[in-house]
Design a binder for this molecule. Structure first.
Ligand code: NDP
Ligand code: MG
Length: 388
């Protein structure tokens, strides 16, 4: 496999490179790294470039690209920058596969660039599907490409669907949610949550944005929308159940009420590797599952009252059109403001809901329309925060 990796310096990106290292050591599935991309972390990208010897790197920020070029004068490597550079890396000529693990809506254009260049696409960047699902799925259909999910829940569903061609006889998808660090908390307690508390996830070690999304349950709302697009399933047929141990990664319920679940230790290297080696399964660095040592697995209804984001996302998806893009854009802005301590934890669902409701549910005909809805939602959130 010849891989272009976007978001190489992040949580998913660095774990992808670990997986690649393992696959190459094992020898059964050699992977060469053709291109790497990040936003600004030139130092780490340099170490990665020296180890994996890509033909190109992209650093979104121009100053970082310049810094990288200075550091690597001894390497024969193309250095790209800006959105154009990111898209060029996504569609890099010698790559056959692109794994997109940048965080946020900024991943939409590179996703489309990879699809239009007919690359096999492994997708971690869920915001891409939430905001631009209609465009992304249509581009994939036109180019005859499948999208391989990296997100653990979607990888689980994808695995549970193997042996069911075309997803026939599927009744429901059931996503599991860890419930995050504040499971069981009441609104009064949630009001005073600080970023340091929200950044502590019980089961997964992830980037800051998705960790906050897990604490608000926005992540599960985004994942319901992501699943709706990936598997062509109406949100009415996507259930959510809280499962504190993060062992059952998601499930598929069939017409005969049989439920197929995928289980494993909470370790992203497993879904990352499956997206790369599909349909093959190879040895993985993730630990073996010892069910007897765990003793029991627990399941609960999600708390939809105190964690509003889940239903806000489902409502946005039901309204359709650009409402999900607005919800996503508002959330990205609100999470940033929360991390900067300029708004409170409970302002996040309020602002996401307000922005989604303000957005007319017109179906986007172009990327520009998605970007515009995203920008309008962010601006509205910033204006609201300024009034606080
Ligand atoms: P991180 O914050 O750890 O990493 C984000 C990566 O994206 C970094 O490499 C960052 O570069 C890069 N990036 C950010 N902005 C840009 C930009 N404008 N141009 C180019 N690169 C950019 O995030 P995660 O790895 O946690 O998450 C990545 C995506 O995967 C998200 O969409 C998330 O929802 C999804 N996901 C993550 C999971 C996890 O376990 N972490 C699980 C399931 C899904 P730099 O370092 O230079 O800033
Ligand atoms: Mg997930």
């Amino acid at each position: 496999m010849k891989l272009s990796l976007l978001g190489a310096t992040g949580s998913i990106g660095t774990q992808t490179l670990e997986v690649v290292r393992g696959l190459n050591e094992n020898g059964a599935f050699p992977v060469s790294i053709e291109a790497l991309a990040a936003r600004s972390n030139a130092g780490l990208l340099e170490r990665q470039a020296r180890e994996f010897k890509p033909k190109a790197v992209a650093l979104f920020e121009e100053a970082a690209a310049k810094d990288f070029r200075e550091r690597t004068r001894d390497l024969d490597i193309t250095v790209l920058t800006g959105m154009e550079g990111l898209c060029e890396a996504a569609a890099w000529g010698t790559a056959d596969t692109t794994l997109n693990s940048v965080v946020g809506m900024v991943g939409l254009q590179p996703t489309l660039a990879a699809i239009n260049a007919k690359k096999k696409l492994a997708l971690a960047n869920k915001e891409t599907l939430v905001a631009g699902g209609a465009l992304v799925m249509e581009a994939a259909r036109q180019n005859g490409l499948d999208i391989l999910p990296v997100d653990s829940e979607h990888s689980a569903i994808f695995q549970c669907l193997q042996g069911s061609p075309g997803g026939r006889a599927v009744k429901r998808l059931i996503l599991t949610a860890s419930g995050g660090p504040f499971f069981g908390w009441e609104a009064e307690q949630l009001k005073s949550v600080m970023p340091e508390q929200a950044l502590r996830h019980p089961n997964w070690d992830m980037g800051a944005k998705i960790t906050i999304d897990c604490a608000t349950m926005m992540n599960k709302g985004l994942e319901v929308m992501e699943a709706a697009w990936l598997f062509g399933m109406p949100v009415e047929r996507i259930g959510v159940v809280v499962h504190r141990e993060s062992i059952v990664h998601s499930m598929v319920e069939y017409a005969d009420n049989a439920v197929i679940a995928q289980m494993g230790t909470p370790d992203m290297r497993l879904p990352i590797q499956y997206a790369l080696t599909y349909p093959e399964r190879l040895e993985s660095p993730s630990g073996t599952l010892d069910l007897a040592a765990l003793g029991k697995l627990t399941f609960f209804e999600p708390d939809r009252e105190n964690f509003r984001c889940l239903d806000v996302c489902i409502d946005a998806m039901k309204r359709g059109g650009l409402a999900p893009a607005a919800a996503n854009g508002a959330n990205e802005a609100a999470v940033q403001l929360f991390l900067e301590k300029r708004i409170g934890f409970m302002d996040i669902p309020r602002l996401v809901e307000g922005a989604a409701q303000r957005q007319p549910a017109v179906v986007p005909a172009s990327v520009e329309e998605v970007l515009q809805a995203d920008r309008a939602a962010r601006e509205w959130v910033w204006a609201q925060a300024g009034k606080n």
